[in-house]
Design a protein around this ligand. Sequence first.
Ligand SMILES: Nc1nc2c(c(=O)[nH]1)N[C@H]1C(S)=C(S)[C@@H](COP(=O)(O)O)O[C@H]1N2
Ligand SMILES: [Mo]
Length: 450
Amino acid sequence: MGDRRHKRTLRFLFRFGGTGRAGPSDDGPSTGRVPAVLDRLRTTDRLPSSSGFWRSPVRGVRFTAVLGLVLLVGLTLVFVTGLLSYAAYNPDLAPVNDKTPGKGVLGFYLFAWPTGPHWLYRLTQGLHVTGGIVLVPVLLAKLWSVIPKLFALPPARSVGHALERVSLLLLVGGALFEFITGLLNIQLEYVFPGSFYPLHFYGAWVFLAGFVAHVGLKLPRAVRVLRSGELRGETDELASPAPHTPTISRRGAFAMVGAGSLLLLVTSVGRSFDALRSTALLTPRGVADPGTGPNGFQINKTAASVRITPADTGERWRLTVSGPAGDLAFTREQLLAMDQYSAALPIACVEGWSTANQWWRGVRLRDLAALAGYPDRPPGVFVESVQRSGPFRKAALRDNQVRDPRSLLALEVNGETLSPDHGYPARIIVPAAPGVLNTKWVTRLTFGEL
Ligand SMILES: Nc1nc2c(c(=O)[nH]1)N[C@H]1C(S)=C(S)[C@@H](COP(=O)(O)O)O[C@H]1N2
Ligand SMILES: [Mo]
């Protein structure tokens, strides 16, 4: 029967615009599918705007719906942990912490980042970065599954359809932008000096606008399609009208996407766990080999890379503590003579990597606040390092962070003097805070004035 239909089509093509190269004898053995010669003749199907152009038998609303639901959950997690990451910087506390001062109402959700549990930022930022990496194959598969619609003509059938397509532009453009800026930032370390934060922050909100619109429009259908198991009378506008013979089943296609995500997961999670660090193939290391021993853990920037010389941190170095009691200067020996406290805390970087707890030892920030003139309820503190240029050489900490008895001006780590690369002579360590707030090579603490 199919053969007869082909013949009819052939006759039609011969009368209207056929090339004349093919004759009925070229029809070849009947395969029940469109003969190859017809493929060449139907020139309209060679345009991506024609549904006949897209012939993968894998495409279909069910395939797209499954990927869509995975992304709904996954991207929501990545978005929320991203917002948390911004809040964790304490941007509303002081201009020095805020890379997007023009955010206006987009900062509505900011709150005082807590100091516990001490692994909080390790968790949220690990989820943000590793989650984003793992979702890459799902995102690509989802975009592939709907690509025929990108070329569908007319571009807009109605005002509603035009609005929907604009929302898709925000969604797809926003998602690709966020993935690309995020991946570049963690792979290449600050490729957009200073501008990564605003790009990634505003891009996230553009993405969200498209995401919310898209979920609102599509979620009911996706759930219906997946619940009922079949399309009851609905057309599958994503399925090819003339699919190729399958070379992979839908299940196989899902398995392929899943395997891609799994591969990214096993080569990424190591960024969050010391024992797996060597498996984190996709994680750049600030310093390829931090060595062994007490100071042998991940180093973000070395002292040399930010041009800190032994003269900056040697005999002449002082810690200035200021507050209502005036300016007090201390040598490292004087700090070591004060009451020393220990805290087991990790370093957790915005780039997603984190270390296990390190055993820090030094002077409590609240004790230094008391010396500065705040014996009871210490306020926040403005921290400055000897570093003369570059980002993250200054930071502001909130009062809850100063008050936490585990917040230290650390002088030692894991039982040894801090190494130059980990912030000798003194560095900040605060529970649950992002690495950027753990200023190294500290030289001045100003309590109460941020
Ligand atoms: N002065 C100064 N302190 C700094 C930084 C910096 O660039 N300059 N980088 C911060 C960042 S982004 C991180 S993740 C941690 C890393 O600490 P580590 O190198 O000891 O692991 O240090 C923080 N302290
Ligand atoms: Mo960092």
